[in-house]
Design a protein around this ligand. Structure first.
Ligand code: LMR
Length: 394
């Protein structure tokens, strides 16, 4: 039977990871996959995670199954972290998932169950795996304008015009903060306008929030999500703990489905548990348990927040340094957007040919659409990147 299988397209981000590994040059710089790296190039286990793991090792007496939706304490802690009471708790159904991607996948399946004809509006561009999963599930995808290649900011007028074509039963996928792949984000007034369009059209928002704490701060990065849920009757939220807790391989995420009332919440909760059962049965628990312990212990939580702030400031520092270096070398402000973008990524806004030239001539690896992982830089590699950008003529 296997002879009928066809080769699937390689994931561009993961293919780039492989190419980087195989490059023998010791001057190579990896700005590919979205993983935080410190100044020494290490993706560290966060201090609070280490301490929680130690406590867990000492106190955990069983690894018997949790519930199908995971440990409810994890759901409660994450709902509090992301939403902070923005909407009544008894309207929120939640299920732990294998990472943020698991939450995205379960959300799309829920949409398909509820509305087989739903169209999902996605920003142009969006995280490639959004498109890949939607296409795999056979869900119709409608791109909405997002990135303005001239300003390297958001094409806000285009976005609003496109979102106005959504209708009730459609879903609008939004990035809660730190847009991946562009780094360009909506400001608070623009979010208000998006909410207005959602209310006018009746489309349901789905928010992917994978980088809370990487942009302007934990509360600041969740502000738009909180505003949306407070305003609309229904919403889906896929939250990831991979980046802000640095527990990538533990696969820790939460899908939230917010309903207009308590009775719909119960049906949603049952459906989320059902979907988990069909796809993987019980969700992974180790990372979820660590997150719960950290969020519910004031000392661990304070230490986690302090380290997350260090990470955030490190990325902001690299942004400022890179924008400054490019201003010096180019004698212009045309790279100022790099300091304005937020989160791990910035889209340089150049051609695939230039991206290829950076890789071939300078050993600099970024995704073909010119997405750079800012956290892949350090104080020494920033000038190397800046010089390479100018050298190739961007
Ligand atoms: C990324 O966009 O690089 C990350 O979200 C990692 C991934 O799985 O693609």
């Amino acid at each position: 039977m296997f002879e009928t299988l066809k080769a699937q397209p390689a994931d561009k981000i993961l293919a780039l990871m492989q190419m980087y590994r195989e490059d023998p040059r010791d001057t190579k710089v990896d700005l590919g996959v979205g993983v935080y790296k410190d100044a020494t190039g290490l993706t560290p286990v966060m201090r609070a995670v280490k301490k929680a793991e130690h406590q867990l090792w000492e106190t955990q007496v069983s690894k018997v199954y949790t519930g199908l939706a995971g440990d409810p304490a994890f759901g409660d802690a994450m709902i509090d972290l992301v939403l902070d009471g923005a909407v009544a708790r008894d309207t929120i159904a939640a299920a732990a998932t294998p990472g943020g991607t698991g939450a995205v996948r379960q959300a799309f399946e829920l949409i398909q169950m509820a509305r087989p004809d739903a169209r999902v509006f996605v920003s142009d561009p969006t995280w490639p795996n959004h498109l890949s999963i939607l296409s795999y599930l056979g869900i119709e995808t409608i791109p909405y304008r997002y990135f303005d290649n001239e300003t390297r900011g958001v094409d806000f007028d285009g976005l609003i015009e496109d979102l106005k074509t959504a209708r009730k039963g459609d879903v609008v996928l939004l990035h809660g903060c730190c847009h991946n792949p562009t780094g360009a984000n909506l400001n608070p007034a623009e979010w208000d306008a998006v909410i207005e369009v959602l209310l006018q059209t009746g489309a349901t928002p789905m928010i992917d929030i994978a980088y809370q704490g990487f942009g302007d701060g934990l509360a600041e990065d969740a502000a738009a999500t909180r505003k949306v849920v407070a305003a609309v009757p229904e919403c889906l939220i896929a939250a990831s703990c991979s980046k802000n807790f640095g527990i990538y391989r533990e696969r820790t995420g939460l899908l939230m489905a917010i309903a207009s009332d308590k009775s719909a919440q119960q049906l949603n909760q049952q459906t989320l548990a059902f979907l988990n059962r069909q796809n993987f049965s019980f969700p992974p628990d180790h990372g979820a348990r660590l997150v719960t312990m950290i969020l519910n212990d004031s000392a661990l939580r304070a230490d986690w927040q302090a380290e997350l702030e260090e990470v955030r400031h490190a990325m902001l520092g690299l942004r400022t340094q890179l924008a400054g270096e490019l201003q010096r070398l180019s004698g212009s402000d045309r790279f100022g957007f790099l300091a304005q973008h937020r989160g791990m990524f910035s889209r340089l806004g150049t051609t695939p040919e230039m991206v290829e030239k950076l890789r071939a001539d300078h050993g600099i690896y970024m995704v073909g659409d010119s997405r750079m992982n800012i956290a892949g830089l350090n104080a020494e590699t920033v000038p190397i990147l800046a010089k390479a950008i100018i050298d190739v003529g961007i």
